[in-house]
Ligand binder design. Structure first.
Ligand code: G3H
Ligand code: ZN
Length: 286
């Protein structure tokens, strides 16, 4: 059934479990996320980024409506989140498009401008019943950004600054830079777990890990144990999907019907979702 991000985050935080949030690019992604979460038996967030909206010609509604229908039909609670929004106009479209939450990303702006823009975004969000996530300290690795090494100076969120930022902006969740980086295709990130614990103690709202595809299972479990709640996973779906698609295309060189090659690629994504959702929600072996 369709749930709100706020209720899923509150429940996950109370249970000290992670809430897996997967990035959706195509309809196949959304179907795989729902199918994988059902296998894992965990609540899930389907998230669409501003970049994914741009891929669909700047149109939010087609994919958002598909995700909403998939969430309604899902056997586990599923919420809709609009991810990495930099364009305020896109944020304005979120409530009517069925999203219960959004991440407003002003992390590339100088600090004072980040605070001002994010406070405005939070005020808008709260007037329209949206839960708002924001980011302090650059996670790095987004399209068009110079690569930022996981341990680069400046790629860490300071706990005292984070507490001030949440108080100044009124955001409901905070994405923090603790050693992960976006778009990693190998799981070699080393999280600063001691910093995670200090951030958890200092910040009164749920913490969000971005760039989780590059984080090994053990580190994900430890990060959740140390207090991270929403765990954003995007690239891992594509590192499952694209090679499976390539294999299917090679095995079926005569295939014309895209379903023949998309079905195994979608199934590969669903398997990855099931595995990672169980790790994040700490339900493996239960
Ligand atoms: O907001 C989305 C996530 O941070 C995804 O990052 O593609 O590196 O897993 P990832
Ligand atoms: Zn992200």
């Amino acid at each position: 059934p369709l749930a709100t991000t706020a209720e899923l985050l509150a429940r996950a935080a109370a249970d000290r479990r992670g809430l897996p949030a997967f990035n959706v690019i195509t309809l196949e992604h959304a179907e795989a996320v729902a199918a994988g979460a059902e296998v894992a038996g965990t609540p899930v967030v389907l998230q669409i980024s501003q970049n994914a909206v741009a891929y669909h010609g700047g149109r939010l509604l087609p994919l958002a409506r598909a995700c909403a229908e998939i969430a309604v039909a899902c056997a586990v609670p599923a919420a809709l989140h609009l991810d990495h929004v930099e364009d305020f106009e896109l944020l304005r479209a979120a409530p009517a498009a069925g999203f219960s939450s959004a991440m407003f990303d002003a992390s590339a702006l100088p600090h004072a401008e980040n605070v001002k823009a994010t406070a405005e975004a939070a005020a808008f969000a709260h007037r329209h019943g949206l839960h708002l996530e924001a980011e302090l300290g650059r996670v790095g690795g987004k399209d068009g950004e110079p690569p930022l090494p996981a341990h680069a100076p400046g790629a860490r969120t300071d706990p005292a600054e984070a507490a001030d930022y949440v108080a100044a902006t009124g955001v409901d969740a905070l994405a923090v830079a603790v050693g992960s980086s976006h778009a990693m295709t190998s799981r070699t990130a080393a999280l600063d777990l001691e910093l995670v614990a200090r951030l958890t103690a200092a910040v009164p709202v749920p913490l969000v890990l971005h760039g989780s595809s590059g984080v090994p299972d053990g580190q994900l479990r430890a990060a959740v144990a140390a207090g991270l709640v929403k765990i954003n996973i995007g690239t891992a779906l594509n590192t499952a999907f694209t090679p499976a698609l390539r294999t299917a295309l090679a095995e079926l060189p005569e295939a014309v019907d895209p379903r023949k090659v998309l079905a195994p690629a979608r199934a590969a994504m669903a398997a990855t979702v099931a595995q990672l959702a169980a790790v994040v929600a700490l339900t493996e072996g239960q």
